[in-house]
Design a protein. Sequence first.
Length: 169
Amino acid sequence: MTQNACNCAPEAKRVDLSLLEPVLAQYAEDDGALIPVLQHAQGLYGYLPLDVLREIAEKRSTPFSEVYGVATFYTQFHLMPRGKTVVRICQGTACHVAGAPAVTRAITDELDVSLGETSADLNFTVEAVACVGCCGLAPVVVIDEKVHGQVDAGGARKLARVLRAEASR
Ligand code: FES
């Protein structure tokens, strides 16, 4: 089987660990810089593949359990690939009461991706988030960094259709 014909999960695909070298060199003398190293690594790969965590652990002489523990503790780090567009649906109390469940169903249905998952084509990640701090606009959907307020199920479908159309261009 050639590498291009591989249908294996993204995690199982090879990552170019040489990209990490400048980052590891930059922080080589700084024992307390694990978080910046992980941030840079995620910037390079879009997420933190296990091979990258292993490489960081080995090259920094840090136990893998510590690197993995930090990478899984902070919500800013992702161990699986993320979609090009990240849709966050607020599930806080105000949004829940105002219709977040229907909004969630509409978006996951239109984008054909389950809550908490990334679409197979890596176009979309749909996440549930706690209160994003603008309850007066409930229900709230945040697409990448843009906040959409007072989104009902119909509006959510329209937003999702626009995203789908943009992704197919
Ligand atoms: S509960 Fe959704 S913004 Fe506060």
